[in-house]
Design a protein around this ligand. Structure first.
Ligand SMILES: Nc1ncnc2c1ncn2[C@@H]1O[C@H](COP(=O)(O)OP(=O)(O)OP(=O)(O)O)[C@@H](O)[C@H]1O
Ligand SMILES: [Mg+2]
Length: 308
C-alpha cells in the first residue's frame, strides 16, 4: 500500500506494542497529511497525552482543539465520553419511546463488559464520519490507539456488541461502527514495531489477531527507529583494522563498529518480522534528539514521505 493510499482513508488506526512509537507515528502521519492539504484529527485514547505536546502544543484534553494548521487533537477519555453519550441518549429518549430506550440502555450497561471502550470508540468513529454542511468534518482521523491487548479490545467492541445486543439503537450503532471499521476503502490499521526481539514477536501476533479474529483491513507496518546503514562491508573491515589504533582513531573506529553491529542486529529483526508477516515493512529512521518534539516528528514525516 502506498502512503497516499493510506492517507486517503478516512480512518487510520495506529497500534503496536507499548513504547514502540505509536504516538510519534500518529503525529507524523498527521503532519504528512496536513502537508498534503488534508484536515486531520488525531485522537488519543485515554492516554497521558503525547501528540499535541509533540507537535508543540499544550495537552488538548477531551474536547477537540486545533494544534497546528490542518491538525486538531483530542484525548478521548471514558468519563467524558460517557457524559456525552448520556446526553445523546436523553435526546433520543425525548424523540422516541422512552420505555424502549430505557430498557435498551439498562440492557446495554449490563451486557457490555467494555463500556468505556464502547463509548470511546463510538466517539472517535462518530468524528470520522461526521459532516459539516454535507462535507466531511475531517479528511482523515488518525487514532493513536492503545497498545496491543487494549487495542484489540477497543477494535473488537462493535463485533462484541453485534454478538450480544439483539436490536435497537445500540445494535444500529454497532452496525455502522463495524461497517466503517471493516471497510478497506475507508479504514486501515497501521502497525508500529521496533527492530528488536520482543516487539517483532508481539507485532506478528497482533497482525494475526487483526487478520483472523477481528478481520480488519491491515495497512502498513512501520519499523520505527531503524539505525542508519552508515558503513559498507569493506568499511566495516577497515574499522576492524583500525579499532586497535591509538586515540583518536581507535576509539572512533570502535564507536563505528558498535553502530554497525546495532544496524546488523536491527536488520536481522527486520528480516524476521518481514518473513513472519509476509509483507514489506516501512522503515523509519532512528532520530537522535535531546527533546522529542516537533522537529523529530517532522523528520519521521519526511522519511514516510520519501519511503512511500
Ligand atoms: N524514530 C525514533 N527515533 C528515536 N527515538 C524515538 C523514535 N520514535 C520514538 N522515539 C522515542 O520513543 C519515545 C516513545 O515514543 P512514543 O510516545 O511515540 O511511543 P508510544 O508507542 O506511543 O508509547 P506508549 O505505548 O507509551 O503510548 C519517544 O518519546 C521518543 O523519545
Ligand atoms: Mg503513545
Amino acid at each position: 500500500m502506498s502512503g497516499s493510499d493510506l492517507l486517503d482513508r478516512r480512518l487510520v488506526v495506529v497500534t503496536g506494542k507499548g513504547g514502540v512509537g505509536k504516538s510519534t507515528v500518529s503525529a507524523a502521519l498527521a503532519v504528512l497529511a496536513a502537508r498534503r492539504g488534508k484536515r486531520v484529527l488525531v485522537a488519543e485514547v485515554d492516554a497521558r497525552e503525547r501528540v499535541a505536546p509533540m507537535l508543540g502544543g499544550r495537552p488538548t484534553g477531551p474536547v477537540v482543539r486545533p494544534v497546528l494548521p490542518g491538525i486538531s487533537t483530542v484525548n478521548v477519555d471514558p468519563r467524558h465520553a460517557l457524559e456525552e453519550y448520556a446526553l445523546l441518549v436523553v435526546k433520543v429518549r425525548a424523540l422516541y419511546q422512552a420505555v424502549f430506550e430505557n430498557r435498551v440502555v439498562r440492557f446495554f450497561l449490563r451486557a457490555v463488559p467494555s463500556l468505556a471502550e464502547t463509548l470511546m470508540l463510538g466517539k472517535i468513529l462518530h468524528e470520522a464520519r461526521s459532516e459539516d454542511r454535507g462535507r466531511p468534518r475531517w479528511d482523515l482521523v488518525v487514532v493513536d490507539a492503545p497498545a496491543t491487548g487494549h487495542a484489540l479490545q477497543l477494535l473488537g467492541v462493535p463485533r462484541a456488541l453485534l454478538d450480544t445486543v439483539p436490536g435497537g439503537p445500540l445494535r444500529r450503532d454497532a452496525e455502522w461502527m463495524q461497517a466503517l471499521l471493516s471497510d478497506p476503502a475507508r479504514t486501515s490499521v497501521a502497525l508500529v514495531a521496533l527492530p528488536e526481539e520482543m516487539p517483532v514477536t508481539e507485532t506478528a501476533e497482533l497482525d494475526a489477531r487483526l487478520r483472523d479474529d477481528l478481520r480488519l483491513p491491515r495497512g502498513p507496518v512501520f519499523l520505527n527507529a531503524m539505525p542508519e546503514a552508515r558503513f559498507t562491508v569493506s568499511d566495516i573491515a577497515r574499522l576492524r583494522d583500525l579499532s586497535g589504533s591509538p586515540p583518536p582513531l581507535g576509539p572512533a573506529a570502535r564507536a563505528g563498529l558498535l553502530q554497525a553491529e546495532q544496524r546488523e542486529r536491527a536488520d536481522e529483526q527486520a528480516d524476521r518480522l518481514r518473513s513472519l508477516l509476509g509483507r514489506p515493512l516501512l522503515p523509519l529512521p532512528l532520530v537522535a534528539s535531546d527533546r522529542w518534539g516537533r522537529r523529530s516528528v517532522e523528520r519521521i514525516a519526511d522519511a514516510m514521505d520519501g519511503a512511500i
